[in-house]
Design a protein around this ligand. Structure first.
Ligand code: GTQ
Length: 336
C-alpha cells in the first residue's frame, strides 16, 4: 500500500469514515454462505440431560428449567434466528408469568394435563399438542397433572438479540388470573367465529392446536402426493388469517410415508427438525445424518438437503423455520 493511501485511510479513520475499498475487494459473484453448520442432537442425550436437570436444577435457580439445543458453531442459539429448547415442568411446579418481545411456541413431547396460561386463557396441553405464545403475551405454566411434562420451546430470541429489540417484563402478579372460559379460543377463532374476531396488527392470537386434530388431518391427506421436497406438510397457521404461525417463524408437521425419499433443494430460510415419530436419514450438504424418534437436527440456509424414511412406519417431524421473516423482507429464494 502506498504511503499516500495509508495516510489517507488513517485520516478517514480519525474522522469515523471508511473507504469502500477497505472492506470489499472488487465486485464478485456471491451467494449465501452460512457462518454456522448443520448439527444433530441425539434424543437419548437430550432426554438424559433434562432428567438430570430435573434432579439438580430447581425453579429457584432457573426461571424456566430449560436446556437449549445449542449449535456449537454459533455463540448461542440453534440457528442464527431461532432457538429450540426442551423444558421440564414437574408435577406440582409452576413457571411464573412474564412477557417478552421474543415470540414462542410449544410442542409437547411427553406428558399431558398441564396448563399453559396465555393472556388470561388456560390451555390444557398434552403430548403432540402445539401452542403459541406470540410476542408480548403474558404466559405462565402450571402442572397439577400428577406427571412430569416435557415440551419443546421454540423462540425467535436469537433474532431479537441480533436486532437488540428485547423488552422483557416479569409479571408483578406472578401468576395470571384466568378470565376466559375453557375452550374460548377454540370456539372463537375457528372457521365459525364471532364477527368481531378480527386480526389486530401483525401478531396472531395465542392458540392451541390439539394432536388429535393433527393426527386426523395426517390420516386424511396422507395418501395425497404431498410436497416433493418435504412430503406431507401441515402448517400451524394463524387461525384468523391463515398466515404463518408467527411473523418470525413458521411451524409445521411433516410426514414421510414408509420408504418415502424427498427430492433435494435448498432455500434461504433455516430449518429445525424434531423427530416426533419414526426413523430415517437426512442428507444435509454432503453429510448423512441418521435420525430416530427424539432426535433433532438443523438445516442452515442454502444447504441442499433431502430426507428418507427408511422404516416401515410413517416418520413425523415437528418443524420450525424462519421462512416468514425471509418472505417479509423479500429475501426468500429457493433452488431445486
Ligand atoms: O416459556 O417463557 O424455553 O422465557 C426460554 C425462556 C421458555 C418461556 C424458554 C422462556 C420460556
Amino acid at each position: 500500500m502506498s504511503e499516500l493511501l495509508k495516510a489517507f485511510e488513517d485520516e478517514l479513520q480519525s474522522k469515523n469514515f471508511k473507504g469502500y475499498w477497505q472492506n470489499v475487494q472488487g465486485d464478485v459473484y456471491r451467494e449465501p454462505v452460512p457462518s454456522y453448520e448443520p448439527c444433530h442432537w441425539r434424543g437419548k442425550d437430550l432426554f438424559a440431560a433434562i432428567e438430570k436437570a430435573g434432579e439438580v436444577v430447581g425453579l429457584d435457580l432457573s426461571f424456566r428449567r430449560v436446556i437449549q439445543l445449542w449449535n456449537p458453531s454459533l455463540k448461542n442459539g440453534t440457528t442464527r434466528t431461532l432457538v429450540l429448547n426442551l423444558q421440564m415442568l414437574k408435577s406440582g411446579e409452576e413457571a411464573l408469568s412474564h412477557r417478552h418481545i421474543a415470540g414462542a411456541v410449544r410442542f409437547v413431547v411427553k406428558g399431558s394435563g398441564a396448563r399453559l396460561i396465555v393472556e388470561g386463557e388456560s390451555f390444557e396441553i398434552g403430548e403432540g399438542d402445539f401452542a403459541t405464545t406470540p410476542s408480548w403475551t403474558w404466559h405462565d405454566h402450571e402442572n397439577n397433572a400428577g406427571q412430569t411434562m416435557l415440551w419443546l420451546d421454540g423462540l425467535d430470541s436469537p433474532l431479537v438479540r441480533l436486532l437488540e429489540t428485547d423488552f422483557h417484563e416479569p409479571d408483578p402478579r406472578k401468576k395470571q388470573t384466568v378470565n376466559k372460559p375453557e375452550g374460548y379460543s377454540a370456539s372463537t377463532l375457528g372457521a365459525l367465529r364471532p364477527s368481531w374476531m378480527r386480526a389486530h396488527g401483525i401478531q396472531p392470537p395465542a392458540f392451541a392446536y390439539k394432536w388429535a386434530d393433527t393426527e386426523k388431518a395426517l390420516n386424511k391427506v396422507g395418501e395425497q402426493p404431498g410436497d416433493p421436497y418435504d412430503g406431507i406438510v401441515l402448517d400451524y397457521g394463524n387461525p384468523l388469517t391463515g398466515g404463518p404461525t408467527l411473523p418470525t417463524m413458521s411451524c409445521q408437521i411433516h410426514m414421510l410415508r414408509s420408504g418415502e425419499k424427498t427430492k433435494s433443494h435448498r432455500h434461504t430460510s433455516s430449518t429445525i427438525y424434531y423427530v416426533h415419530r419414526g426413523s430415517g436419514v437426512s442428507t444435509i450438504g454432503d453429510k448423512h445424518y441418521e435420525w430416530e424418534q427424539g432426535d433433532s437436527f438443523v438445516v442452515p440456509l442454502w444447504y441442499h438437503h433431502h430426507h428418507e424414511n427408511t422404516a416401515k412406519d410413517p416418520a413425523i417431524f415437528f418443524v420450525m423455520s424462519d421462512k416468514p421473516l425471509m418472505d417479509a423482507i423479500g429475501h426468500y429464494r429457493e433452488q431445486a
